[in-house]
Design a protein around this ligand. Structure first.
Ligand code: NDP
Length: 229
């Protein structure tokens, strides 16, 4: 299978890419800074089945170039993990939020994912097979719309809704699309006090990337269980 993971130069995305490659898939590691991606790859003891591709999900030209690379090399994409995300507004609340920061957050966490799916879905529709995993967050639940990080929380609840809307358009085929909360994971975003390792955070994402035909779609998962949002 051919897989693409966005934001794969570090954190959860890097671990998801590593695990998918270990399981025999050919994996493209999207990295908005090519050098960072190459450096991350060089640190792996067994980087086989992996290739770095420049990919900034807020840049249409970069997305189109990434599509060209994958189309020319393989003509198909089986697994798309929309992992890249930002959380820049931990210090603010909805009353005093700097809306330019909120808009930046939406550009990456919602519109970036949206454009990625619009761009790569035709390849999946051509082959009739696809697994799309949108890395969301528990912050994307109604119960989380009360406190800080308004831009992040709203972008993730919108991402969950986007997942449902895409599912409603494509659910007649063997293309499955789901959202997932990885839990609180020790990364640059999650911080060093987080309770989970990147391997634990990657587990359900990797599982959703390889769901069998007839598996669930349009759902929100945590720890391989459907959860409410
Ligand atoms: P990190 O900050 O460690 O990594 C984020 C990755 O996304 C980096 O590779 C970063 O690249 C990349 N990225 C950011 N913006 C863009 C962009 N415009 N285009 C392409 N890549 C981009 O975060 P995590 O690994 O912790 O988070 C991964 C996902 O998991 C996110 O969607 C996050 O919201 C979600 N999540 C994480 C939790 C946690 O506790 N860690 C909890 C719940 C959800 P660069 O290195 O260049 O900045």
């Amino acid at each position: 299978m051919i897989a693409l993971v966005t934001g794969a130069n570090k954190g959860i995305g890097h671990e998801v890419a590593r695990q998918l490659a270990e399981q025999g898939h050919t994996v493209f590691l999207g990295s908005r800074d090519l050098k960072k991606g190459e450096e991350a790859l060089a640190k792996l003891s067994d980087p086989k089945n992996m290739e770095v591709v420049q990919l900034d999900v807020t840049d249409s030209t970069s997305i189109q170039n990434c599509l060209k690379v994958i189309e020319q090399k393989h003509g198909c994409l089986d697994i798309l993990v929309n992992n890249a995300g930002i959380n820049y507004d931990t210090w603010q609340n909805v009353v005093n939020a700097d809306l330019s920061t909120v808009k930046d957050t939406f550009d990456t966490n919602l519109f970036g994912v949206w454009e990625m799916i619009q761009t790569f879905l035709p390849l999946m529709q051509k082959s009739g097979y696809g697994r799309i995993v949108n890395v969301s967050s528990g912050a994307g639940a109604w119960s989380s719309q009360t406190g800080g990080t308004p831009g992040y929380s709203l972008s993730k609840i919108a991402l969950n809704a986007l997942t449902v809307q895409f599912n409603n358009q494509i659910n007649a085929s063997d293309i499955l699309i789901n959202a997932v909360c990885p839990g609180w994971v020790r990364t640059d975003m999650g911080g060093s006090s987080a309770t989970r390792s990147v391997a634990e955070g990657a587990e359900t994402i990797v599982w959703l990337s390889q769901l069998p035909s007839g598996g669930p779609s349009g759902k929100f998962f945590r720890d391989k269980e459907v959860i409410d949002w």
